[in-house]
Write a protein that binds this ligand. Sequence first.
Ligand SMILES: [Zn+2]
Length: 286
Amino acid sequence: MPQIYTPFALKLHAYGLMRVLDPNWSGLDLFDFLKRYARKRETPYFFHHFEERGILFHLGLFIFEEFVNCDNRFEIQDCEDLAWYLDTLVGFLIAGEVSPNDKWIRRTKTVTEFFDSIYDASNEEDYYRRLDRARHTLHRLYDEITITHSDKIKELASAYAANYSDRVLHDRQLCAFIAQLLIVIGFNGNDDLEGNPQQWVRRKNIPAWAKKAIYSRDRGKCAICNTDILFELSENDHIDHIIPLARGGCNDIVNLQLLCQKCNLKKSDTLQEVTSSIPPYIARRL
Ligand SMILES: [Zn+2]
């Protein structure tokens, strides 16, 4: 089984954050991309049904594709960035079961290890000059490695998109941001969250796998008042749409959280600020 290479997965997540928060990109490219999936069926099925590989997975595929294949990214990167990137790419491919003896893997490793070895903090200028002279070589290595292993890269896309999706789901505030972004970019045809509610998303039963994921992410606690509701869970569902369906929120796991009955009733169809799902591991004095 191919392994997930952690440095690559973390950089993918960081890249994803950057893209989701980029107003130009999220406004147009994300819209176009997700629309392709939405058009696959007669209606924008993301918003009517619960797809096990929902929005976050498809967002992960998009981010993966860009992160690996976008040549334009390197126009703004310096040679050191490119050398670091190649190093991560090699680790990613080896973890994906490409042989470390593959011609382009070996050549790339030789070059990146060479630059690692010549770095000298007292003479950075020389280091950067030599890196700059290797610009053509670094680009050539990038091209060869991504062309030679394009099938492998495609094969690994799903595993990394799923990994990306899990990382994002862990963070309830980020999920809420993405759920809101989907409305802002116009999927419900109305960019005004306070305006007339859109009623076209149908209420559907939330499938067991989605409930399980949300119970686990929210640790059996109400996302608003933090009450432990683990023992109530068998009797009632307690799953809440962060952005209510009546306000154009989607039927996707990205838009769900756990609420106790009291908070659920109080919240109804209103929008409320989302609390963090990431526990404070260390109590800090501010
Ligand atoms: Zn509560």
